[in-house]
Design a protein around this ligand. Sequence first.
Ligand code: NDP
Ligand code: 8X3
Length: 253
Amino acid sequence: MRTVLITGASSGIGAACAQVLATESNYRLLLCARRADRLTSLTNEIHSLHPNVDIHSFTLDVRDNAEVKRAIASLPTEWQNIDVLINNAGLSQGLDALQDGDTDDWDRMIDTNVKGLLYVSKTVIPLLKKSTRAHIINIGSIAGKEVYPNGNVYCATKHAVDALNKAMRIDLLPFGIKVTAINPGMVETEFSEVRFKGDKERAKNVYAGVVPLSGLDIAETIRYVLSLPAHVNINDLLIMPTAQATGTVIVRN
Ligand code: NDP
Ligand code: 8X3
């Protein structure tokens, strides 16, 4: 049995990871995000399909280092044996040229995507070191592989995730902890609604005329990555909708 901690489990890719891993008999799920009501309904939904899956959820804002430390330290003893960390919590805010950007948006992205990922990793690594099948999955992005117009700070945060993934792979090697980056292209989740601050019409247009990836597509990939034998690790994986070649080269019907 492996215990998986998923950050940002209340929506999109994180919630899909919980749903997919719940279909296997060898995972216990530790789910966190800021929205408690979402975590409760996800837990109920999973339990209605898979009543035997062990789930523990807790609220967490990954930007708050003290809260991260407190939340992990106060997990019930039986949930302290974490084997897998999925660093998924993240967001984009705005899509403006750098010179027009909102510095509060920059802070939110850097604090969540970079500093939050670091705080959670630093706190959980001592627990992972005790596991014989430890694995960190970092959710990067195509935005961590290239820069697209107006993507500036979001792209910078995902380039940082790319660098941190490589750094973890090196620094955690002596402990046998696997480290994998999953870098998706366009995935239809609440991501664009968050980026455009609730403008549903603008968010919907991002996916107009294409079949984007779904959270489940990414979760199925993660299920595969986690299922590989102990001696095999996927370091870095770029996964795109068939209709998308790069961040901006997209064929729309
Ligand atoms: P969603 O907006 O659907 O989900 C984002 C999740 O992150 C939510 O569960 C949210 O929970 C959580 N989150 C945001 N801020 C915080 C915080 N401060 N503390 C804790 N949790 C937080 O988007 P996605 O599922 O698409 O995004 C998941 C990851 O995938 C992100 O890292 C994103 O950058 C990345 N990604 C997304 C792509 C896409 O096209 N959708 C493509 C490539 C990468 P809550 O609000 O309840 O805290
Ligand atoms: C999310 C995908 O293309 O908006 O990381 O950067 S994109």
